[in-house]
Design a binder for this molecule. Sequence first.
Ligand code: LCS
Length: 398
Amino acid sequence: MEKKLGATLKQATKAIHAGCLERPVYGEVSVPIFQTSTFAFPSAEEGAARFSGEAPGYIYTRMGNPTVHALEDSLAALENGRAGLATATGMAAITTLFLSLLNHQDHLIASDCLYGPTEVVIESELPRFGIETSLVDTSKLDAVEQAWRPNTRLLYIETPTNPTMKVTSIRGAAAIAHRHGALLAVDNTFASPYLQRPLEQGADLVVHSLTKYVNGHSDVVGGMIVVNDEQLYRKIKRVLTLFGSTMDPHQAWLIHRGVRTLPLRMERAQENAVRLAEFLSGHPKVTWVRYPGLPDHPQHDLARKQMDGFGAMLCFGVQQGLEGGKILLNNVRLITLAVSLGGVESLIEHPASMTHASVPPAKRAEAGILDELVRLSVGCEDFADLRADLDQALNKIP
Ligand code: LCS
């Protein structure tokens, strides 16, 4: 649980250098893929000592693997936390976090706008275990305070939210949670640790879908939890290992390869996103644009304070609502019609019928996920090509 890389190093340096083997085998520069399910013990005594925790060393890949460990160290360094716990997917990180921290009759408060399946877990699955849940607009801290109950143990936020791009004050949310002796967890997928580090702003836990910006190439799924506190780490490690939603070494190696270019990709995608948000705002077929970098975003000033940049996700409405949106999605040529986000290629989708279709329509409406809302994950292509593609597809709307 020691921080392995100085907290003073900048993010671009950490992305490239954090997360190495404790003992390189041949002086290799890239961390090797330890594609092994189990690790031989030099003696019966050593095997017993590893199991009892008296001796360090690997035992079995579900319990720990050097390649996976290197990625955990890398994310911990980028989030400026003490330790990472890699999971099979982003959803595995989220469900492991809930299963580790919530007991029967505990209460959870979460943002009312979340990635669809996260919301379904909170609304439909956690109650099966006797866990009480409330979804509130966490961008309004008063609403969080009002929803608080004596048995509230965890406040869970996404900021910016998927897909509405609402921003919640991490410091404000942490202050409320801590005043009540509870924990704050932040899904940092949309910003990535390059642009936002919730642990530095008071959060107790960070979760990620590494599938997105951290990996960045739309070719692997994965998740991560990052914490600062040793007790929390042990609690989650136990549940993760027992329930078994751990990461595979090959998956870890691929994601670690992506991490190294996270700052470069994020800079480029963000630059495109700022320019596209401005272009879309002035387009006659576009009715509104939500991007934290635009001065008309309701939490623009907050985003400026708590993020190092506004990211590369945006959403917008088009003339003729849902019908106009379908015309746009069916006519883009360069931009890919697909869910997921955070890859080098730009992706466009319709949340109400795709990523958030599992959320009941009334809940979607409450959360501001309008039928007309189109979500764009801006990639690293040339800006002029992206603009031209959107322009020709938007102009097909009569
Ligand atoms: N958290 C956020 C904010 C997400 O956007 C996603 C996936 C997850 C967690 C879950 O991660 P996974 O298990 O997929 O690695 N978001 C997706 C999306 O918006 N489109 O497709 C997946």
